[in-house]
Ligand binder design. Structure first.
Ligand code: G3I
Length: 466
């Protein structure tokens, strides 16, 4: 998964790392590692598509449901609290915060190596009674206090925040939704984003909404215009969250890829944040596959979260909108997602070839037109670090190769093996070259490895090969 480059990223010292790297090469003496196995879970398959994540919502009342949490742990590497980080849950009385339940979810996620999407700091809905009674500057101050207090409480623990949720009206007006927050002044959204950035400078800050999936809808265009304006004026926004709640009256649009691409072209990440699709069987599976393909087709669509695990736990259970049935069995919909996530991988996919940042629609990245492809796979994990492996596959005879590994702002590569590394000025992009000659025959593979000190960010690094 990528994140927006942001000023202020700390340059890393390269000399220590280079020393560690060569020490490791010498100590481990590792040569070629075996090729990555076929992915068997959503998180693994998503990660092989340029480090994307696959997440789910988790409500607190299912934390003790071992059948549910077994699936969460196995299949997903991103968690959203379904209701427990909403304003009414976190600040039931003004100035009295109640973090306990939300903390349980965050702690479970972090203990199990998952990222956390924070949902949500400012919203017209799920406000506690005291906030619903407020207006004007008093409400504006209370909203900003909430944003600051909550984002500060979770500073460094949240992958992405839904800073503002559902602030635009449905229908053809393209207007802001009328709400007590909107009536405090049109600048309430940007004020919330600035407060969130100040409180947690490393979190990805998202605007999140539903019915902004169809590029031809007025609401989609209105959000697009706001994001473009924010980017032009330096309002700190990093991401647009497409909730993606679909049913027969609101099906997956056939221009979904265009919507995602257009938002991404504004210089923000796109995350699919609450995906569910009512239906069953083949039709549901095809729609899930289509959404997944649309995301994979755009490099900055960095992850997908579904809004729950088993159908009967969904907020709209009667529509059986999720990937697992009530008994926790994988549905056709699950296999549709997996098909999309794995269809590019047979070509050594996973990492897009250098050049255009957006692979063709339906291609999960890579393809076999590049001379080589790089595939990331995760290896050992510890509390503070993890090992990653990149497998380079030659698509035709090549005489050498170069691979880049890009890590997140909080991550640092502290050791490497089976290659000769160098770093860019930011310290975030490692270029790996072969030890000795890099001759590979078509179809041949070679691997190198590295250790990342993750700083709380378990995101898979992005990898490329040229
Ligand atoms: O926990 C109480 C329970 O004690 C009480 O007996 C019961 C009676 O109504 O209500 C329970 O709370 C419900 C809560 O879900 C937990 O199940 C609330 O009434 C109900 O309003 C709440 O619904 C949530 C809804 O947001 C409203 O906040 C759904 O679970 C949740 O899935 C849904 O999620 C939203 C996203 O936040 C934003 N995008 C849309 C999405 C779906 O509506």
């Amino acid at each position: 998964m990528t994140r927006s480059a942001r000023p202020g990223a700390m340059p890393r010292r390269r000399s220590t790392r280079a020393l560690l790297a060569s020490a490791c090469v010498a100590a481990l003496g590792i040569t070629a590692l075996p090729a990555a196995a076929a992915p068997s879970t959503l998180q693994e398959a998503a990660g092989m598509n340029d480090g994307r994540y696959f997440g789910t919502a988790v409500p607190a009342h299912l934390l003790n449901d071992s059948a549910n949490m077994t699936i969460v742990n196995r299949e997903f590497n991103m968690v959203t609290a379904e209701n427990e980080m909403k304003i009414d849950a976190l600040q039931p009385n003004q100035g009295q915060y109640s973090f306990g339940t939300a903390d349980r979810i965050v702690n479970w996620a972090r203990t199990n190596g998952k990222g956390v999407r924070g949902h949500t700091l400012a919203w017209h809905s799920q406000q506690p009674q005291w906030m619903r009674n407020m207006s004007g500057q008093q409400l504006r101050r209370a909203m900003l206090d909430h944003v600051t207090t909550v984002a500060t409480h979770y500073r460094g623990q949240i992958h992405s925040w839904d800073v503002v949720n559902e602030a635009f009206a449905d229908g053809s007006s393209g207007a802001r939704r009328d709400s007590n927050l909107q009536r405090t002044g049109n600048d309430w959204i940007e004020a919330a984003f600035r407060a969130a950035r100040a409180a947690d400078p490393n979190a990805i800050l998202c605007y999140n909404d539903y019915n902004i999936d169809d590029w031809n809808h007025a609401k989609t265009r209105a959000v697009y215009d706001m994001v473009r304006d924010f980017k032009a004026r330096g309002v700190p926004i990093d991401c647009v969250g497409l909730q993606a709640h679909f049913n027969s009256g609101n099906p997956v649009p056939n221009n979904y890829h265009t919507t995602i691409e257009n938002f991404a072209a504004l210089g923000v990440d796109v995350q699919i944040t609450e995906l569910d699709i009512e239906g069953s069987g083949q039709s549901q599976a095809e729609q899930y596959k289509g959404v997944t393909q649309a995301c994979l087709a755009v490099a900055r669509c960095t992850g997908i979260s579904v809004w729950g695990v088993r159908d009967n736990d969904s907020w709209r259970a009667s529509g059986t909108p999720l990937l697992f049935d009530r008994n926790g069995n994988k549905k056709q919909a699950y296999h549709g997602v997996m098909e999309a996530l794995t269809e590019g991988l047979g070509n050594g996919g996973g990492a897009p070839a250098p050049g255009p940042t957006t692979p063709p629609p339906g291609n999960g990245g890579g393809g076999n037109t590049a001379a080589c492809t790089a595939t990331y796979s995760e290896a050992e994990k510890w509390n503070d670090r993890f090992n990653g492996r990149v497998t380079i596959r030659a698509n035709r005879d090549i005489s050498t190769w170069t691979s880049t590994v890009t890590v997140g702002d909080r991550q640092e590569i502290i050791a490497t093996w089976n290659g000769t590394p160098s770093w860019d000025r930011s310290g975030k992009v490692m270029t790996m070259r072969p030890n000795g000659n890099g001759n590979l025959r078509a179809g041949q593979e070679v691997s190198f490895g590295f250790t990342v000190r993750h700083g709380g960010d378990w995101t898979w690094p992005r990898v490329t090969c040229s």
